[in-house]
Design a protein around this ligand. Structure first.
Ligand code: MG
Length: 251
């Protein structure tokens, strides 16, 4: 479905949904430690959301079996939490998470290095991927085109010659987790569909230290880089306003 201009009540629900998404992700970011399993992180997400009252957006979405996506190192997105997957010192841990509140969905993601980075470039990849998301958000305003956002994200990532994953993209969000249009993390300004104030979108760059090519693991979910290079992923849900964007998934 095409993303719609949200009503005042829908925006209020999305603000609360976004607040809960941000609160859970903040706890998760603080919790990531070498030695814990990716299932431990999922359990934290479950416990934290129970305190807040929302429903997890990912659990059961097209059959996804957990509340949190946890993707480590060369896993880009959609990793399934597992008690057998133990986080090692220096791993890049990407966590993608969403909440439903009064029928409205928000979607966000954070990457973090567990403990001390193995290589400086791992920490840089994480920070610069976050910066590329910020650049995408800065490009947003009433009547922005998807290419304006994508080219702003791409400009940051190209500077560092990172791979920009093309098979997965940002999107409209709100009534459903994924609404049209797609919002690629590359492209040219002044191209693509127009977006209006009152719409809500997820901007979510996925960058790698190597290729832009990815494949789906045998589990049917986990997306990995084809060349094994490590990846980072950041995402925020934002409300488009007359002259900018209101970030809904940060406190
Ligand atoms: Mg998303």
């Amino acid at each position: 479905m095409q993303t719609r201009i949200k009503t005042k009540a829908e925006i209020a629900a999305m603000r609360e949904s976004g607040r809960q998404t941000a609160m859970v992700l903040n706890v998760l970011v603080q919790s990531v430690k070498p030695g814990m399993s990716t299932a431990d992180l999922d359990a934290i997400a479950v416990t934290e959301l129970e305190k807040l009252g929302g429903k997890p957006a990912f659990l059961g979405y097209q059959g996804f079996p957990a509340t949190l996506c946890v993707s480590v190192n060369d896993e880009v997105v959609h990793g399934i939490p597992s008690p057998e997957r133990i986080i090692q010192e220096g791993d890049i841990v990407s966590m993608d998470y969403g909440v439903v509140w009064q029928g409205m969905v928000t979607d966000a993601a954070r990457s973090v290095v567990a403990g001390k980075p193995k290589q400086k470039r791992h920490a840089e990849l994480v920070e610069r991927t976050r910066q590329s998301m910020e650049a995408g958000i800065m490009a947003v305003h009433d009547r922005v085109r998807t290419g304006d956002i994508g080219s702003s994200v791409q400009a940051v990532l190209d500077k560092f010659k990172y791979g920009i994953v093309r098979d997965l993209v940002g999107h409209g969000v709100g009534h459903e987790l994924h609404e049209d249009p797609n919002i690629p993390n590359y492209g040219r300004a002044n191209t693509g569909p127009w977006l209006d104030a009152g719409m809500t979108i997820a901007i979510e760059p996925m960058a790698t230290l190597g290729t832009d090519r990815v494949y789906v693991a045998d589990d049917g979910w986990t997306i990995l880089t084809q060349d094994g290079s490590w990846a980072a992923h950041f995402e925020n849900t934002v409300l488009i306003t007359a002259d900018g964007a209101e970030v809904l998934t940060e406190l």
